[in-house]
Design a protein around this ligand. Structure first.
Ligand SMILES: [Zn+2]
Length: 182
């Protein structure tokens, strides 16, 4: 890789067991971090959850997942969740809480940190697939689900289902203070 400041070839070095790149001219070090993402557990009035089928050109094509995506620079994670629901399944949602935060290691060598938001959908508008989703549908949470792309989604859906069965609610963190400008 090349230095983003000088444009010259960086050198590899071992930083306590982690391979990093450093610019020999300005000493800029490139750090790799997980990508910040959001995913959404959207539940309707019939206790169904919204899933999207992944586009043939995406990673894990043909498998299903919770609506999800990257948080844009300057965007709060709540705004990202609202945007992703609109882009991927075509509905306006209002997230009500964080039900989990997970770290993912995916097959394509991508590492992500995912804030998982819960939203209840009270309207009857049809789901409209978009972005990298080729099909969007509601699935009863107590029946067998289609093949899922991400282990984390499987965990989240089960956690929600089990918690609702056992306690009639799921513990969540509220969304106040999700964004600050100084
Ligand atoms: Zn440099």
């Amino acid at each position: 890789m090349f230095c983003t400041k000088c444009g010259i070839q960086c050198e590899e070095f071992n930083d306590n067991g982690i391979l990093r790149h450093r610019c020999p001219s300005c000493n800029y070090v490139s750090y790799r971090n997980p990508y910040p993402c959001v995913s959404l557990l959207v539940v309707n009035q019939r206790n169904e959850i919204a899933l999207g089928k992944r586009h043939p050109s995406s990673i894990y094509p043909g498998k299903w997942c919770l609506p999800c995506g990257y948080i844009e620079y300057g965007e709060s994670y709540v705004a990202a969740g609202i945007r992703e629901a609109k882009e991927e399944i075509g509905i306006d949602i209002e997230p009500i809480g964080i039900i989990n935060v997970v770290s993912n290691e995916l097959e394509n060598n991508i590492s992500s940190l995912v804030v998982v938001l819960l939203a209840y959908y009270k309207e009857e508008n049809p789901l409209v697939p978009g972005d990298d989703i080729s099909e969007a549908a509601w699935f009863p949470i107590d029946k067998e689900l289609p093949p899922l792309a991400f282990k984390a989604d499987d965990y989240i859906i089960n956690k929600y289902h089990n918690s609702m069965k056992e306690y009639g609610e799921i513990k969540s963190i509220t969304l106040e203070g999700n964004s600050f400008v100084s």
